[in-house]
Design a protein around this ligand. Structure first.
Ligand SMILES: NC(=O)c1ccc[n+]([C@@H]2O[C@H](COP(=O)([O-])OP(=O)(O)OC[C@H]3O[C@@H](n4cnc5c(N)ncnc54)[C@H](O)[C@@H]3O)[C@@H](O)[C@H]2O)c1
Ligand SMILES: [Fe+2]
Length: 412
């Protein structure tokens, strides 16, 4: 029995507050003082030296908080760096963690909150639902518009020993407060704007087209990602409309404040969508692609997305047609034409903002293509969340088409 037959189905898990808007960063001290007295701040060297960041730290002090700053966060969170940060935090004994920066800094804050609350080894928590209870309260402040980590139940790290990125996924990791100030993204250069914004786009599309699970009254207890549902769909529509309006403009003119707002709203809404619905094949394929090519997560998922959409089209024609209406392509032809028009429009947008159009352009080697498909099958959480069933043959078709730039081969 499908969920349509089981009646309306919806799940959401979100921060206690989401505060969004220009200059909202000025409320940090006041918000933090409601939660704790000793704040440990996770950021990186770039932001640590930034005048806006210093102002926010002064605000925290003026609000009566003692603070300790860790500005050594490395991109993609290597485990070795995590250990040093957790040790420093332990010594400081905070009652509040603040992550400010891109996804890497916010994920670092989640890890610190987790390790200080529960101890043990980081690897104890790899995978889904391994976190035994609440972590330290967290405020997440994004400076990229992309990952949605400010609202998501996930932290992604790079485990050097395993040679791969790995996720820790639990509703306990959701920050207590997401403080989103789009002005903090005005310094993002075009390449970062494109790759993080395209990552957000894939979150929204993969969530909106994810699997519809047979009705299982326990699904929200037994898995973090529960598939397409009424509440996540609403966030996904909000994300797609904002990203469509803003991403192209934010890429071409980083000073376009309205575009920056739209892209950050899109990334936030996409995080709210995929945090419960989950993501699927594009993310499963990106993990090995990223490890082999050392390219940004956003570039990889966005490069794959048009091919994954083309493969999924027969299983989600109505959903893609609905997204065509959301971005204003509606009224042109029937459902199948509108669905294809949406896929083509996203492929064109990604090409315009410099996303590599094929896995070859991303730097993958011909002899790695089949291995990518095999390794992607090792993420059952993502594979099983795809709307069209995926076996190894299907995954090989997608990865070969994405390598060759041959979307037409998937249009059957
Ligand atoms: N937790 C989640 O739900 C989730 C979801 C998707 C991705 N991720 C993870 O997040 C990480 C990627 O995050 P990201 O794309 O935000 O980038 P990032 O945090 O890795 O940062 C990338 C670079 O951008 C710089 N940067 C950040 N903000 C800037 C700004 N305003 N101006 C100029 N430079 C700026 C950083 O200093 C850094 O050099 C990856 O580790 C990825 O796996 C997490
Ligand atoms: Fe992503």
């Amino acid at each position: 029995m499908k969920s349509e037959a089981a009646g309306l189905f919806g799940v959401t898990r979100l921060p206690r507050s989401i505060v969004f808007g220009p200059r909202r960063r000025d409320s940090l001290g006041s918000i933090a003082a409601e939660i704790g007295r000793r704040a440990f701040i996770c950021t990186d060297a770039r932001l640590g030296a930034d005048v806006e960041f210093q102002t926010m730290m002064l605000d925290l002090r003026a609000a009566g908080l003692a603070i300790e700053i860790h500005d050594g966060t490395q991109v993609d969170l290597p485990t070795t760096d995590i250990e040093a940060c957790v040790a420093a935090a332990r010594e400081f004994r905070p009652d509040l963690i603040i992550g400010i920066g891109g996804g890497s800094c916010m994920d670092m804050a989640k890890i610190v909150g987790l390790m200080l609350a529960h101890g043990g080894e980081l690897a104890d928590y790899y995978g889904e639902l391994k976190v035994p209870g609440p972590i330290l309260p967290l405020i997440a402040i994004p400076t990229t518009a992309g990952t949605g980590s400010e609202v998501s139940p996930i932290a992604v790290i790079s485990d050097a020993a395993r040679g791969t990125k790995i996720g820790i996924s639990s509703p306990h990791l959701i920050p207590q407060v997401a403080l989103c100030d789009p002005e903090l993204t005005s310094s993002c250069p075009p390449r970062l704007t494109a790759s993080s914004g395209a990552d957000a786009f894939t979150h929204a599309i993969e969530a909106f087209t994810s699997v519809i699970r047979p009705s299982d009254p326990m699904s929200a207890q037994t898995s973090v990602a529960v598939g397409k549902n009424e509440i996540s769909d609403q966030f996904a529509r909000l994300a797609v409309s904002n990203l469509w309006c803003g991403l192209r403009r934010a890429y071409h003119d980083g000073r376009d404040a309205r575009a920056r707002e739209q892209v950050m709203m899109g990334a936030l809404a996409a995080g709210c969508a995929f945090g419960t619905a989950g993501v699927a094949a594009a993310h499963a394929l990106q993990y090995p692609v990223g490890a082999m090519t050392h390219t940004a997560h956003g570039d990889g998922v966005a490069s794959l997305m048009p091919y994954v959409m083309q493969f999924n089209l027969p299983a989600r024609t109505a959903a893609f047609a609905e997204l065509a209406d959301v971005i204003g392509l509606g009224g042109v032809g029937g459902e199948a034409e509108r669905a294809q028009a949406f896929i083509d429009a996203i492929a064109d947008l990604f090409a315009e903002i410099g996303i590599p159009p094929t896995l070859a352009a991303l730097g993958l080697k011909p002899d790695q293509v089949d291995e990518v498909a095999r390794l992607a099958m090792a993420s059952p959480r993502l594979v099983n969340n795809n709307p069209r069933p995926l076996d190894l043959d299907a995954m090989l078709r997608i990865s070969r088409a994405a390598f060759d730039g041959d979307r037409a081969s998937l249009a059957v």
